[in-house]
Every structure is written in structure tokens, then in C-alpha cells.
Design a protein around this ligand. Sequence first.
Ligand code: 4AD
Ligand code: MG
Length: 468
Amino acid sequence: MKKLSVKEARLEGAIGAAAKIEGWVRTRRDSKAGFSFIEVNDGSCLGNLQVIAPVELADYESEIKHLTAGCSLTVTGEIVASAGGGQATELKADSVLVHGWAEPTTYPLQKKRHSLEKLREWAHLRPRTNAIGAVMRVRHRVSKSIHDFFHEDGFLYTHTPIITASDCEGAGEMFRVTTLDADKPPRDDKGAVDHTQDFFGRPAYLTVSGQLEGELYASALGKVYTFGPTFRAENSNTSRHLAEFWMVEPEVAFFELTDNIDLAERFLKRIVADVLRDCQEDLALFQQHIDKTVMERLEGLHNGSFTRLPYTEAVELLEGSGEPFEYPVQWGTDLQAEHERWLTEKHFAGPVVLTDYPASIKPFYMFVNEPDDQGRRTVRAMDVLVPGVGEIIGGSQREHRLDILEARMAEQGLNPADYWWYADLRRYGTVPHAGFGLGLERMVQYVTGMANIRDVIPFPRTPGSAEF
Ligand code: 4AD
Ligand code: MG
């Protein structure tokens, strides 16, 4: 007898097959006509398989009639055409084996709908709900799409380290990795903590980005990408920030800013196309229960083109918009969420790529432009903003000229000795190169419409919260 997933068993083509299915009970309903209906889900798809369990089964009175939400089962029988509406097939059971009961007075996922906030308290059980199950299937599809896109385009998947000594973004938001006793660290003659006695012989941190190491590999292998967890100790409790999130970072040698934007646009369109094709059932759930604009947004991104706009022009548009923004817009400051929303949701109604930001608000590694006619300095940065989420991608052309890089590091108070290897890249066969980072969770938010980033990652890590 063949084991089928619920997804396979729901297909019309399965009719007539002798099958075994395994999963968790969603509901049980007893019919007076001599059988019970048991809805079983195994996570393979949104839909359940309806199992028909006749009273003639040996354990009908002792077990089947006591099944409740959350119980785990193996059922064997025949897949038949379903008489009822709503599904093509059902399983006529000839045996039902209960693996584990789920005490109904304490099992939290009863039939009533729970808020997403409430479900976060049950992070261990919430993947059994329709919404979180659907998000995780889409998250998988997006991840696979990312690998497919880069592989087909000739990129090498490069694993950059999680433990690192350098602060790529220079924002001082790194988590320390140490084996020193926090209460009694070893001290040197001057009373300062003696980092030479720490595990790595120096201070070490969890990475905020694999970019710097990615640049090293792109400068040998041409086209590389990293895709892994990154960490930020930024104390912002928002619906778009996590302390641990997954980032995809392509890095390409002999690449300039416009090549980089073209790559980002092609990349996002490919992910959206795959999701639109392969996740229809889950998207319908998001469209109905989470965000009515999901389909329109995805189809818009897929069919339209991204607006490209220098930061300076965006600031002029915002200044002239007449909108009563809470924060004033001023050349030289970062745009706030409300400004991003106005650009992507109101003015352009679609994805916007902002480029050439003021040098003073961007990290040291970005390529410095010639000063503009007012003498203002910008860098070849690119942020991709999308409706509903805001910044989804941050990237740039990199500064490949040693003298300018060193000046920028000095400007930002970085110690060149800490970055000697990064500077070496500019000493030996330097080339123009560029790359970007896509936050996986923000991408999943975009394609699902989930408002809070905590609901698109299995175990969210946020300030004050790291249970399990
Ligand atoms: O703009 P960011 O900080 O850029 C970098 O880290 C570059 N080194 C990337 C590169 O060029 N290789 O981060 C990139 C993206 C953001 O646009 C956002 O989508 C996501 O990472 N991101 C976060 N997602 C969740 N929680 C956070 N705290 C995030 N910080 C950034
Ligand atoms: Mg950014």
C-alpha cells in the first residue's frame, strides 16, 4: 500500500488507489448514516483530506468516536470520488490507527479562529493552523526560487561565516559571541577586559551581513550569493524588524549600479512568478483572510516595471507633495516609513528603486559619486521599496578605489587595521562590483500580505523574546 500525502490524495487522479495517509485531525463529525467524517491535514497543502470511517471498524466506539482536533493518525483505505462538494476525493477507511491523543480541554487550537497575536504564544503548535502552514509553504517556495534563480544564472552559492569580527553596516548593532565569564572577565594590566583570552583571541560577533566576505569571493569567482541567517541587535520593536533574519546577498564582479538594479528587478519578478504559479491555493487564503490586495500587488509587480529614482528627486517629490507628514523630509536624512509609503502606495503605486543617497547616511563601502551641482556628495546606493512593506532590498555599487575607500573609512571612524583584507581587494586586481541584500522575511511578508514579520518566520527573535 502506497503512502500518499494529503495533497496527492486530494487529486482526482488518485481515485481508485489503495492508500495510506498520515496526519493530524482537524475536526470529526459523526453522521447518523453509520460513519464519521474526519478531516485530516498533514501540512502538504492547505486543504484537508476527508476520511470516512464506518461504524463497522473494530475501534469505532473505543477510539474513532473520541478523536478530537490535534490527534495524530495513520489511516488506510481506498481513495474514492467524494459525494459532497468542496473536494474531489475522500478516503474510505478500512483501518484507523491513533498514534497520539490531544486532550481537548487543554489543546489550544480548537475550531474557533485565533488571532495571529494569540498564535505567537503557541509558536510550537501554530504551524498546524491554516495561516501559518500556508506562510511556511510559501516561505519554502520563495527560498527554492531564490536558489533556482541564481543557479540558473551562473551564480555560486557561497557560505559566508556567521561568526565574524567586522561590522559590515557600521551601525554597532552586533551581538557579541564570547566565552569569557560575564561577571568576572580576565583583565589586563590597565584593568580593561583582556580579549586575547577570549575564544577567538579577539572580540567576535554574529554577522549583520555576509557582504564583505561575499565581495572577496565575487572578486575571484565572478558571481556569488550568500543566503543565511543574519543578526541585528537593533532595539526596534516594529512589524518589519527581527533580531535574527535570513538575508540573500548576491555580489557580482564587473557590475555597476544599473546592472545591479536590473538584477534585483529580474530576481523579484522571478520569485513572484514562481509563487503565483505554484502557491495558488495558499495565495487564495491570504487574499481572503489576510490582505485583499495580495493578488493585485503580485500581478502588478510581475507585469509592471520598477520606477527608478534618485534620492534627490524623491525628496523633491515628497517636499512638493503637500502631505502632512509627521517627520519632515529634508535632503540628507533617511526616509521614514510614511515617506516610503507615500512613494510606493500613493504616488507611483508600485515598486520604487531609490538610488544615489547622501554619502553621510550610508555605510563606508558604497561607491562615491562626483559631487552634484550643489556640491552635495552621494553614493551609488539602491534601495528597493515595495507597497505594504517598504524597504525590501538594500544594496549598492561598491567602492573599488583604494584611496577613496580609505578616506571613507576614516570619515566614519573605522580602524583601517580591522579591514586590511577588505582593502587588499582594492590593491590586487580591483574591479567595479556591486550587490544587494534581500530580507527573506520582508519578501515573504510582501507575497503573503502578513502585516507582522513575526508571523512569517518559524521562531521570531525580537527584543525581550527568545522562547524555545
Ligand atoms: O539594507 P541592509 O542593512 O543592507 C545590508 O546589510 C547590505 N550589506 C546588503 C548587501 O548589499 N549585501 O539590509 C538588507 C535587507 C533590508 O533591505 C531588509 O529587507 C532586510 O535586509 N533587513 C531586515 N529584515 C528583518 N529584520 C531586520 N532587522 C532587518 N534589517 C535589514
Ligand atoms: Mg537598508
